[in-house]
Design a protein around this ligand. Structure first.
Ligand code: HEM
Length: 532
């Protein structure tokens, strides 16, 4: 008690002797001068200060925040404009340099480049979580990717083809019935996305989400992904720890704070339950032979010598499930959407493709297979155009320099800073593609209708380096098979009521993956006039 009184009187004494005006002036001075000093340092004395670009973007992250958070995912368009003013190498945040030069892409994103994913960017997706997409260093990345590589190989995906076609057939049956009853326009926007996720969930868990059967066609789910991905730009202003806690709140708290989080909570809980079921089912190993599942392999990992090792925790596996689900959803969905829109809005392309299919699959018994489709040059050209226009990952893919410096077009970016470009800059680059915003399969073909290869080094929808897309073959098989079934088996045209009539109507925002700017105006309504 005596001690407490002494502390109290000491405190009183000190407060009485404080020079308050001086104290307030000092604190205010510090508050004002610290940001000013930071801005002066970033613009004139920072290791990136010699890089051209708007000074405001070099001075503060608020510029990115403004274009991405307030203007909703528009920074990529502003960056494109700035390149026209300041040249191919520009500084777009205090710590990041953006390059718009097609040849630098393969230099930056090559398998043995001494760069790693920028944690200041990638860890804002969901915090520092233990999943493939966010692995920081090369060794951790290899340990997460190697066990999955085989699983997502072209051979493994081809073995799964019957299940992929089963889900596409379900949509075809629905469209056939619809055409027979001539029920007017039908919107393919959500139906396409449903197929993609029904296939992915079957592949991953051995049990489909069955969104095609739900009355809402999974709308809540796709809205949830949209909200989460759009939060990336807000999360970017937080620490990875804060982002982790926001995205990993216990279900009952998340639901209290935001009832619309229920789809997210349900997905996490459902994934966990599905993974648990595979773990606890003694027959899951047998099941895998007929009906492969990613998570069986992830629950039974092996080291390089083939010895069993401990699997990840259920929580980490359900994070992985969420990551893969998001990665596979709008990317592939937009790819199918853009390809169908491109084909249907170009009557000559549509007629030519139908003719090619009639030759390749002449009778109703002719089986449409991915292998056969890849041998039709015009079909390959149509899919490439769809992937180019939809640009699955529209956002930048920043890499931290690990060598003493990274040299780009006469500039040195020192170790520890971030260099980036984007697939959008590559796939819509007017120095590579004439009329880059148009859907023109002919650009991929020579005068004899054969595929040429001179643009292939710039065709990077799935990335190029060791972090390139692991789901590339799964996505491609879904694209080829779904587009071919829809075009070959039906006669359809874009309905007047559709919001999308040409690929120029696709207005994407950057949520790392491309998302429709206005989802209510993202319909692809078609009239199905007849079927085979
Ligand atoms: C048309 C569809 C797709 C496109 C255009 C696409 C594009 C990409 C790109 C550009 C990257 C590199 C991102 C970066 O470096 O930051 C990537 C990575 C990734 N993608 Fe895809 N993707 C598609 C479909 C899928 C599917 C279906 C899956 C899931 C099965 C998937 C899973 C992943 C994963 C896990 C990574 C991270 C790989 C790593 O870090 O090693 N993607 N994707």
């Amino acid at each position: 008690m005596k001690l407490l009184n002494e502390i109290h009187s000491l405190f009183d004494d000190t407060l009485q002797h404080v020079d308050w005006p001086l104290m307030v002036t000092t604190v205010a001075g510090l508050l004002v001068s610290f940001p000013i000093a930071t801005v002066i340092y970033r613009i004139w004395f920072h290791p990136l200060s010699k890089i051209p670009g708007p000074r405001l973007a070099a001075a503060t992250w608020l510029v990115e925040f403004y274009y991405n958070c307030i203007c909703k995912g528009q920074y990529y368009k502003k960056i494109e404009e700035w390149h026209k003013v300041y040249g191919p190498v520009i500084r777009i945040t205090p710590h990041e340099v953006h390059v718009n030069d097609p040849d630098t892409y393969s230099h930056l994103y090559k398998t043995n480049a001494k760069v790693t994913k920028d944690p200041l960017y990638y860890q804002r997706f969901a915090g520092d979580i233990n999943v493939l997409f966010f692995a920081k260093d090369t060794a951790t990345h290899r340990s997460r990717r190697d066990p999955l590589n085989n699983y997502f190989s072209k051979k493994s995906v081809a073995e799964f083809e019957a299940v992929i076609v089963k889900h596409i057939d379900k949509l075809c049956r629905y469209l056939k019935q619809h055409a027979e009853n001539s029920q007017g326009p039908i919107d393919l926007h959500y139906r396409i996305r449903c197929i993609v996720l029904d296939i992915f969930s079957d592949y991953a868990f051995g049990k489909s989400f069955s969104f095609q059967d739900s009355s809402s066609l999974g709308k809540d789910f796709f809205d949830m992904i949209r909200v989460h991905m759009a939060s990336l730009w807000l999360f970017r202003m937080m620490t990875p720890g804060m982002v982790y806690w926001i995205t990993h709140l216990p279900p009952f708290i998340a639901l209290k704070l935001d009832p619309s989080a229920s789809t997210y909570v349900k997905l996490k809980e459902d994934s966990k339950a599905a993974i648990k079921k595979i773990r606890d089912d003694p027959k899951a190993g047998d099941l895998r032979k007929e009906n492969r599942t990613v998570f069986y392999d992830m629950l039974h990992p092996h080291d390089d010598d083939g010895n069993p090792i401990a699997p990840k925790s259920l929580d980490d596996l359900s994070d992985e499930a969420y990551g893969l689900t998001v990665a596979s959803s709008d990317t592939t969905g937009n790819g199918v959407h853009a390809t169908m829109l491109g084909i249907l809005s170009n009557p000559e392309v549509y007629a030519k493709l139908k003719e090619e299919f009639k030759k390749a699959f002449p009778t109703s018994e002719s089986k449409i297979t991915w292998a056969k489709l890849e041998k039709i040059p015009f079909m390959v050209a149509c899919i490439k155009e769809g992937l180019r226009i939809s640009c699955g990952v529209i956002g930048r893919m920043p890499r931290i320099v690990e060598e003493p410096y990274f040299q780009v077009l006469g500039y040195h970016i020192p170790r520890g800073y971030s260099v980036t470009t984007s697939n959008y800059m590559m796939l819509r680059n007017e120095t590579i593609y004439e009329d880059p915003h148009d859907y023109k399969p002919s650009r991929w073909l020579d005068e004899n209708g054969n595929l040429h290869t001179h643009l292939d080094k710039y065709f990077v929808p799935f990335g190029k380096d060791s972090r390139h897309c692991i789901g590339m073959y799964l996505a491609q098989s879904e694209l080829y098979l779904s587009v071919a079934h829809l075009v070959h088996r039906f006669d359809m045209k874009i309905a007047d009521e559709s919001h999308h009539h040409s690929v120029k109507d696709l207005d994407y925002i950057d949520c790392f993956v491309s998302m429709a700017k206005d989802v209510d105006k993202a319909s692809l309504k078609v009239i199905v006039t007849s079927s085979d």
